[in-house]
Design a protein around this ligand. Structure first.
Ligand SMILES: Cc1ncc(COP(=O)(O)O)c(C=O)c1O
Length: 394
């Protein structure tokens, strides 16, 4: 499906639908006259096939306790085969209500209070919350910029592990907000270090379907399998980011190691009694079976919005640095050449009237950066960029 067709068929107005992005502006930003281009969901409806499957189920009218939909595993593996070439086994798979919930759960299950969890900021801010809310020790090894591309600082990564002996490394792959799609060699090197110091690896792969042309996603599970470290990794993924289904509360936890599965099951017995999300699983199964063309259309829109952002800044404010978009639909932008770190909020929010994710949400060292969400209609991206250019010039 091409970009124009996709926009025509799927663009939706979300204001007034209890959308956090649009309807919680006052609460989150203290003002409601902002153009929201922040939280990672979309102004596009899910594929028509998914909508129709949900409508049909809703027509039935009974929503009692439910078992996993027949054909779910086949649909899910079929999608993985076509898009990510990742093989999971059925007994690795557990359902959850979301990826954030799942990394909270795995940290609770596989570490104790006071023990360390390692992350690579700038990174998705709930990573910090999951560690701090659960009284684990936060250990950071910041990603570093080498020739306009963020890479792990392997020396520092190993040094932090040697010094602080964390129990868990929480990896974001592909990376939000830096949009890196990690190479196999990078993941392998991280896994090697973790293996050496007996650090478990939780790989958050919620963005794994959102890959721009020229890049290829490699799951941590694939690399761990080749290295013989399958028992030391966990993968979290979901169709929610890909198909705009976050509120239907269906996500996956993969635990390849049998001993780890036993520990997790014992923990679940004590702390979690969730049932399956009927509508969430129906939407996921249908999207996995029929969402290929829709995703192609979405990625065309994202690529075109990204090109607009890059070209416009290059022309109007050439010292703004837009990080290359490899994966996700989130653009990471360095405004520091024009705006002092203390003034970013004033310029972006008060003058340009934009609600964005600010750099310091992802790392205390990322003041002066912003994250823009490109999974929206081109008019929103154009308006955001124009307002930002005008505000900075002013
Ligand atoms: C890296 C990452 N993990 C998890 C989530 C949210 O997952 P969920 O809605 O399933 O809790 C997001 C949403 O933006 C994300 O970027």
């Amino acid at each position: 499906m091409d970009k124009e067709q996709f926009i025509q068929q799927y663009a939706v107005e979300r204001q007034g639908t209890n959308a956090v992005k649009w309807d919680a502006l006052k609460e989150r930003f203290g003002a409601d006259d902002l153009l929201p281009i922040w939280v990672a969901d979309m102004e596009f409806s899910t594929p028509e096939t998914v909508k129709q499957a949900l409508i049909q189920r809703i027509e039935h009218g009974a929503f009692g306790y439910t078992q996993v939909a027949q054909g779910y595993f086949e649909a899910y593996q079929g999608w993985q085969d076509r898009h990510e070439q990742t093989k999971f086994e059925k007994d690795w798979l557990y359902f959850s209500t979301g990826v954030v919930q799942s990394f909270y759960d795995l940290i609770a299950c596989f570490s104790e209070e006071g023990e360390g969890v390692l992350i690579q900021p700038p990174v998705y801010y709930p990573f910090f919350h999951a560690i701090q809310d659960q009284k684990r020790a936060l250990i950071s090894s910041e990603l570093i910029l080498v020739e306009n591309r963020y890479v792990p600082n392997f020396v520092d990564f190993e040094e932090k592990i040697k010094t602080h002996r964390p129990k868990i490394f929480l990896l974001c792959s592909p990376h939000n907000p830096l949009s890196r799609v990690w190479h196999k060699e990078e993941i392998a090197q991280l896994l090697e270090i973790c293996h050496r110091y007996q650090v478990l690896v939780i790989s958050d792969e919620i963005h794994s379907d959102l890959i721009l042309p020229g890049h290829a996603f490699v799951s941590t599970v694939t690399v761990a399998k080749e290295l013989g470290y399958l028992d030391e990794v966990f993968v979290l993924n979901a169709p929610s980011k890909t198909f705009n289904l976050a509120s239907l509360l269906n996500s996956h936890v993969w635990i390849p190691g049998e001993e780890k599965r036993n520990l997790y099951e014992n923990w679940v017995k004590r702390y979690k009694q969730t049932e399956n999300s009927l509508l969430g699983q129906l939407a996921a199964k249908t999207a996995y079976e029929t969402g290929d063309e829709w995703l192609e259309g979405l990625l065309a829109v994202v690529a075109s919005n990204y090109a607009y952002v890059k070209e416009t800044f290059a022309k109007e404010l050439p010292k703004i640095i837009v990080t290359p978009l490899e994966g996700t639909y989130l653009a990471w932008i360095d405004l520091r050449a024009y705006v002092s770190e203390q003034e970013v909020k004033k310029v972006v929010q008060d003058t340009a009237k934009l609600a964005v994710d600010f750099g310091e949400w992802f790392s205390p060292n990322a003041q002066g950066f912003i994250r823009l969400n490109l999974a929206t209609i081109p008019q929103n991206v154009e308006q955001a960029v124009q307002q930002l250019v005008a505000a900075i010039k002013k």
